[in-house]
Design a protein around this ligand. Structure first.
Ligand code: F6R
Length: 615
């Protein structure tokens, strides 16, 4: 779950490497390092902590280098210290790594017996020494040929996952990369080639990308790249163009990426809808939605796999997909699904939902479903991501780059994409009449402007946050589609503000959690006027009767709820279809403002990484 970058070209300075790493800091941020190769040799600087610590050492690096690599770490093996920070060196080889080498212990013993000294506690250093050892064994060819052949031999001995960036003092104009299981993209511009864990690192330098596949080695030179398999078979694939821009990855005047991204809910929803609804014909455009090649009409069931916030988006979609398409939908945590007995067949559609498209558990879950014969669909936000590569079809969520570690606008886009998918299934299975389909499409296109109105609540929620920042625990409740929204609100609060929070389906309260209610407990109650309203209000009464404090989120003109609640957040009037999009906004804002009041690191909460590429 680290970020790796590499450069080869006419010359780049330390700030190039630092800036590219900044774009990847969401992947891990507990230590970092840069290595630059010049005719005088290799210069390496590493630092514990965030990139700002490494920045203090930049003046020790050369002003420019034709080849270099950089790394930002999320520790797995070995504490986040300078010594464990990448890159690691062995003789002429300097290497950095994203992933986990599972068989590192055995390799370490063998290499130690052969005289290699280990300076860090990492699994990565094993790869550096192993490659060096293999390099020394190559007796013929140029240094470049010997290194290539050594790399082929080394990667075949490694178990686990890796994306390596490698430079060597004997090959001063070449950068090497290898991939198995961890994401890696190659970028190409005029006279310069790049490698990185994600396109976000490179968008300011190029839009031309090639996604490296598992079991591939890449040799990068300023004027081009060559790809081969671990067995040495040449591979040829075209580069493709990505439409993301630099401004999409800036804070745009907001104090935090997260606040900017909450304010981008409407555009994320609008872009995800764009081109997919044909209002004239009243049809969902299956080709634009990315599902034209799936046999939607013949499916018998849908399984959705995801983690974290993406899992909650999936849970929410169960309500509307079952309702409109009349097909059973199971929603699973990918980390559980991947180890369960598979019951899929060719009439099962397995959907992997993931912002990053790289989450290891989700990837394995969908790979296993595909291997067992299911149809697979990736609902991902990052174009060209690994999960998309491993599915039969890909439906992009089009939220644009999400930099804040806590997911916000991607959730809104995922729910939108899954809604469209539900309608596409209904259309193909003919479970909704044309009038019903058209009515729901009309509802969907209203969402961005209504959500825009809900964002107007930010100021009042900022004031409310003062009242809740001292809480040590909060409960969130909701019924029907508001239950997954409650789960999402509680996750956001705990990960940003480190306040304990839990969410329950409101009907579950009396089966246990009601014992927690006393005058010290605040319950965030999601109660828009929907089909479950009366029942949710009864739950609120039960909490009130036991002295609990109520923070209610409901429709803005709901006088009864206003009266019942200690604090009230009123969302603009809207239909039941739109309500989950609307109640999500105040919950994201509440978590954000409470975290700001508490002074936590909003965009990079402790212990987290945006792209969880380890199990
Ligand atoms: C929460 C959050 C995480 C992710 C989860 C899955 O704010 O960001 O829970 O939702 O790690 O990540 P993706 O969607 O990239 O698969």
């Amino acid at each position: 779950m680290c970020g790796v970058i590499g450069y080869v070209g006419g010359g780049a300075g330390p700030s190039f490497f630092l800036n590219a790493l900044r774009r990847l800091e969401y992947r891990g941020y507990d230590s970092a390092g840069i290595a630059m190769l010049t005719p005088d040799g290799v210069a390496i600087e590493r630092a514990e902590g965030k990139l700002s610590q490494l920045e203090k050492k930049l003046d020790k690096l050369p002003a420019s280098a034709k080849v270099g690599i950089g790394h930002t770490r999320w520790a797995t093996h070995g504490k986040p210290t300078e010594n464990n920070a990448h890159p690691h060196r062995s003789g002429p080889i300097v290497l950095l790594h994203n992933g986990i080498i599972e068989n590192y212990r055995q390799l370490k013993e063998d290499l130690t017996a052969r005289g290699y000294k280990f300076l860090s506690e990492t699994d990565t250093e094993v790869a550096a020494h192993l490659l060096h050892d293999e390099y020394l064994r190559q007796k013929s060819g140029s240094p470049e040929e010997r290194l290539r052949s050594a790399l082929r031999s080394a990667v075949r001995q490694l178990k686990g996952a890796f994306a390596f960036g490698i430079i060597c003092t004997d090959t001063p104009e070449t950068l090497f990369a290898a991939k198995l299981g961890s994401p890696l993209v190659i970028g190409q511009a005029d006279g310069e080639s790049y490698m990185a864990s994600g396109i976000t690192a490179l968008v300011e330098h190029t839009r031309q990308f090639l996604v490296v596949e598992d079991h591939e080695i890449v040799m990068l030179k300023p004027d081009g790249i060559s790809v081969e398999s671990f067995e040495g078979k040449p591979v040829s694939r075209p580069f493709s163009k990505v439409e993301w821009s630099v401004s999409m990855m800036e804070k745009g005047g907001y104090r935090h990426f997260m606040l900017k991204e909450i304010h981008e809910h409407p555009i994320a929803i609008a872009q995800t809808l764009n081109g997919r609804i044909e209002r004239d014909s009243g049809r969902i455009n299956l080709a634009d939605l990315g599902v034209a090649k799936l046999p939607l009409g013949n499916l018998q069931r849908v399984q959705i796999v995801a983690c974290g916030t993406s899992y909650y988006a999936a849970l929410l979609s169960k309500y509307f997909i079952e309702n409109h398409a009349k097909i059973p939908v199971e929603v699973d945590l990918a980390s559980e699904y991947r180890y369960r007995t598979s019951t899929v067949n060719a009439q099962t559609l397995v959907i992997a939902v993931s912002q990053s498209g790289e989450t290891a558990d989700t990837l394995q879950a969908v790979k296993s479903a595909r291997a067992n014969g299911a149809q697979t669909l990736a609902v991902v936000n990052v174009p060209g991501s690994t999960i998309a590569h491993n599915c039969h079809a890909e439906s992009l969520t089009k939220a644009g780059p999400e930099i804040g570690v806590a997911s916000t606008k991607a959730f809104a886009a995922q729910v939108t994409a899954l809604y469209l998918l539900g309608l596409a299934l209904a259309q193909e299975r003919q479970t909704l009449g044309q009038a019903g389909l058209s009515m729901l499409m009309d509802e969907l296109v209203k969402i961005p402007s209504l959500v825009e109105k809900a964002l107007g609540l930010s100021e009042s929620i900022e004031k409310l946050a003062n009242r809740y920042q001292q809480n040590t625990s909060l409960l969130f409740i909701g019924r029907g589609p508001q239950w997954p929204v409650a789960l999402e609100g509680s996750l956001k609060l705990k990960e940003l503000s480190y306040i304990h929070a839990e969410a329950y389906a409101a009907g579950e309260l009396k089966h246990g959690p009601i014992a927690l209610i006393d005058e010290n407990m605040t319950v965030v109650c999601l109660a828009p006027r929907d089909s479950y309203y009366e029942k949710t209000v009864s739950n609120i009464e039960e909490i009130k009767a036991r002295g609990g404090r109520i923070l209610a989120v409901g429709q803005e003109n709901d006088a009864h709820l206003l009266d019942l609640a200690d604090d009230f957040i009123g969302i603009p009037e809207c239909s039941e279809t739109i309500q989950p999009f609307m109640t999500t906004v105040p919950l994201h804002l509440l978590a954000y403002w409470i975290a700001v009041r508490k002074g936590t690191d909003v965009d990079q909460p402790r212990n987290l990484a945006k792209s969880v590429t380890v199990e």
